[in-house]
Design a binder for this molecule. Structure first.
Ligand code: ZN
Length: 275
């Protein structure tokens, strides 16, 4: 009897340690890969992307690059302040934040684990202004902060039988790299992994709060997604950003529902919601 109790306690503690809590939403997510495994892979893939796209990389004196870096750093500072003040500092301690813009007509932008961001000039006519861009970057940063890549990788490891859902993070598993490469299309033109529907909704909610904390009115997220939606209706081929971020009516309605929560952060101007 005692033995069973000890065993079940052990399995409970293993299950707990294989999960991480998502900041703000409080959701418990599966996490079988540690940042010490994922971040170096992301940094390497990002470095390779920059090298491959060297000729289309905008210099930091370019107006569009300046806009992306300005909006990006406002968001990054707000996120850092929030995380450090709420005992989540450890989740971003190894981040190496960076924002770059590539001259590319794709409607696209992404943030890899570890804070590595790319904005494609093709999305800027749709983001239109700083708050539109803050909508996109807030959302992308939210995917990183919420550990959505590690969650996808963990689920993949479970489905391939590499790990059990209750296992603790595996250190140095060689298959981790191949899962990362497959999800990100490393070796082919780098693509961002397709997040799940729930992860998209979570990134929308967190992104709204992050943009509000950074001083951008979250109300502008609704108009951004409406613009994105009309682009998808008029274009023959769906924009890259929309292949992973469907801008349907349900999504916009959910964002509208999440607005009152985000407005509390926008109006408070202190990183803490007003009551
Ligand atoms: Zn997303």
């Amino acid at each position: 009897m005692k033995k069973i109790l000890i065993l079940s306690l052990a399995s409970i503690s293993l299950t707990i340690s294989s999960c991480t809590t998502v900041p703000l939403t409080g959701r418990s997510r599966l996490n079988l890969v540690s940042d010490s495994q994922v971040l170096p892979m992301a940094f390497q893939a990002y470095g390779e992307f920059l090298t491959e796209n060297k000729s289309s990389l905008l210099s930091s004196s370019n107006a569009q690059a300046m806009q992306a870096k300005r909006v990006g750093s406002n968001l990054i500072n707000a996120v850092k302040t929030y995380m450090n003040a709420n005992n989540y500092g450890d989740l971003i301690k190894d981040y190496q934040w960076e924002v770059n813009v590539v001259q590319n007509k794709q409607l696209n932008a992404w943030c890899m684990p570890g804070g590595k961001i790319v904005v494609y000039t093709g999305i800027l006519p749709v983001t239109k202004d700083d708050s539109g861009l803050a909508t996109v970057l807030g959302h992308e940063i939210a995917h990183a902060i919420a550990g959505h890549s590690a969650e996808r990788m963990s689920k993949e490891m479970v489905s391939q039988g590499i790990a059990l859902a209750g296992n603790v993070a595996l250190s140095k598993n060689p298959q981790t790299q191949s899962i990362f490469n497959t999800l990100y299309g490393v070796g082919t033109p780098l693509v961002m992994l397709k997040y799940g529907r729930d992860q998209e909704l979570e990134a929308d909610r967190l992104g709204l709060i992050f943009m509000a904390m950074a001083g951008y009115n979250p109300q502008n997220a609704v108009t951004f997604w409406q613009r994105m939606s009309s682009v998808s209706e008029t274009s023959q081929k769906p924009p890259e950003f929309l292949s992973t971020h469907p801008s349907d009516a349900t999504r916009i309605a959910r964002i509208q529902n999440a607005l009152p929560e985000a407005q509390k952060y926008y109006k408070s101007n202190t990183g803490k919601p007003i009551k």
